[in-house]
Design a protein around this ligand. Structure first.
Ligand code: NAX
Ligand code: K
Length: 540
């Protein structure tokens, strides 16, 4: 396979401002703190400046109130060590520097009374950058919201007037790193040192970015490769007081048969724990009767012992009221059931996101043309082999396994495939991530049903299919790990469901726990670092 065709493990070639927050938090969960990242960012910035301006030169560092300013403060310390004459110009009052990391950068600089000069720009219109050889723009980064307000607007104008080398930290201040829009004043940089990975907006405005350099902040590639607490904290929408009933998501679970009564009930319970407004459970009579002890689940009784084509019209009507559907758990392998699954998937509105699990995957194996981009398929290895007609590479050869799954995703409309195993592979053919949260006892029956319910719940909340599958795998695994801690080998899928709220309520609080610390015996893969260079040279 061509290298270009291989999806890189991780979040792709560029990262959004949301990805930045996720990577920070996942990095912290893996033992590399935000403070370390900021320190590395500052050092990388100082080193890039040192490549371009001889030491002894005069450098002004303009510092904003957030993480971007924190990077600038760290850079100032490194530049002082390297022999530059450093003046730091603070646009915010020191007490307005709130993040603990940026604060500690400021405190370290404050006592450097021999080598660094710090001024607070009380009147931003009077900032003069005359006589400097270089200006470091650490005003605003990925946290920019809307056009820069005073005093940052004036500070940006001052940077642009300066007759010096202009180096922007992460993004030219004023540029929206996601869209490339500049809704107000914006820095015109000679060099932009962007951190960890390029942001998409940078490629849209090479005129503002100048030379683009991608610098390491020491975040482990694993912070992107493995789904982690940052994904839960920043990608899962939360209700506000203004949310109306139904807005937080409605899910339709279709599953169960005379022989498998519990599976779809576990899915429904897990979906509910993900914070949904409504959960419909459409299932044969015996399943609906068993679910009656959970009054919060809305039953849709399908008369008879198993799903069959005469139920499809009714299911389509209920599906209209749901934001996402999960189908397959415990449905059984009756020919009529398989036919009903195919008919339903063919007739569902194309915009409706669907999780296809278990017995519904078997139905799909004879009609793979029904697979589409907003589907999440959740096969384990044998189901994958049956569905796509080829076994995936073993878990130990993780890169080959990812490539096998990604290839099938590409062949099937970039649907999301969640290939379950001791380490889960999640890919839409463009991106690929892994989940290692879990516990050996998760081989117990029903944990896969919980996973399907979680994935559907996240889809219903508007999370895009790739991230919904990633987060479902992590939340399910982390809840399983917590259940295992308490019950050991005796844990059941219901113990897992009972711990979903712990993972969702305080995902970052769990970070200190050992959920991501298991080292897996996987064949090593090479991480491809993002390339340096001018955006136009990269044809982007
Ligand atoms: N994982 C990463 O990539 C890392 C990011 N770091 C840095 O952190 C930055 C992000 O930090 P933050 O999220 O704190 O955001 P920023 O530092 O970009 O700015 C946020 C601050 O600016 C204010 N602000 C936002 N829009 C404004 C506007 N239109 N007018 C006036 N003020 C405005 C906000 O109130 C907030 O105080 C990145 O750009 C990067 O420089 C680094 O510390 C290292 C780690
Ligand atoms: K900046």
């Amino acid at each position: 396979m061509e290298d270009a065709e291989k999806p890189q493990l991780g979040l792709g070639d560029t990262i959004s401002s949301l990805d930045v927050a996720v990577i920070d938090a996942n990095s912290e969960a893996l033992g590399v703190s935000r403070l370390q990242l900021m320190e590395n960012a500052g050092r990388s910035v100082a080193e890039e400046l040192a490549r371009r301006v001889p030491n002894g030169s005069r450098v002004a560092v303009l510092v904003g109130p957030g993480g971007n300013g924190g990077d600038g403060l760290a850079a100032a310390r490194h530049l002082a060590y390297m022999g530059y004459r450093v003046d730091v110009i603070l646009l915010a009052k020191p007490e307005d520097i709130r993040s603990p990391e940026a604060r500690s950068m400021y405190e370290a600089l404050e006592v450097m009374d021999i080598t660094v000069d710090i001024t607070i720009a009380r009147d931003p219109r009077r900032i003069s950058l005359e006589g400097y050889d270089a200006v470091v723009d650490a005003l605003l980064g990925t946290g920019l919201r809307g056009p820069p307000r005073s005093p940052y607007a004036e500070a940006i104008e001052a940077v642009n007037r300066a007759n010096a080398l202009k180096l922007s930290v992460d993004v030219p201040s004023g540029l929206d790193s996601d869209t490339g829009e500049a809704p107000g004043p914006v820095v015109r940089a000679d060099v932009t040192v962007t951190l960890h990975k390029p942001k998409p907006g940078l490629f849209r405005r090479p005129d503002l970015v100048g030379e683009l350099v991608v610098a390491s902040i020491g975040a482990p590639p694993e912070a992107e490769i493995y789904v982690g607490p940052g994904d839960v904290a920043y990608r899962v929408p939360r209700r506000s007081w203004r949310t109306h009933k139904g807005q937080a998501g409605r899910v339709l679970i279709i599953g169960g048969s005379q022989g498998f009564v519990g599976a779809p009930v576990i899915s429904a319970l897990a979906a509910q724990r993900a914070g949904l407004d409504l959960v419909y459970l459409a299932a044969p009579t015996r399943v609906v009767e068993a679910a009656a002890r959970y009054p919060t689940i809305i039953p849709v009784e399908l008369e008879g012992p198993y799903l069959s084509p005469e139920h499809v019209d009714r299911l389509l009507a209920v599906a209209q009221r749901a934001d996402a559907v999960a189908i397959g758990m415990g449905l059984g392998l009756e020919e009529a059931t398989q036919e009903a699954v195919r008919e339903l998937l063919a007739r569902l509105p194309p915009g409706k996101p669907v999780v296809v699990d278990a017995d519904a995957l078997k139905a799909l194996s004879t009609s793979r043309e029904l697979i589409r981009g907003n589907m999440v398929l959740t096969p384990h290895e044998a189901e994958f082999a049956r569905l796509f007609g080829a076994k995936p590479a073993p878990v130990e050869k993780i890169e080959a396994r990812v490539a096998d799954a990604a290839q099938q995703a590409r062949l099937h409309g970039n649907a999301t495939i969640l290939l379950k195993g001791p380490v889960d592979v999640i890919t839409d053919g463009r991106r690929a991530r892994l989940n290692k949260a879990g516990a050996p006892a998760m081989s117990t029956g029903g944990t896969g049903d919980a996973l399907a319910g979680l994935a559907a719940a996240l889809l219903a909340k508007g999370v895009e299919p790739f991230h919904a599958a990633c987060i479902a795998a992590y939340v399910n695994g982390a809840a399983g790990a917590l259940a295992y801690r308490e019950y050991g080998e005796s844990m059941t899928a219901l113990d897992l469901v009972d711990r979903i709220h712990l993972v969702l309520k305080d995902p970052l609080g769990l970070a200190g726990s050992s959920i991501l610390y298991r080292r897996l015996p996987l064949e090593k893969t090479r991480y491809q670092p993002p390339t340096r260079g001018r955006p136009r040279d990269r044809g982007l």
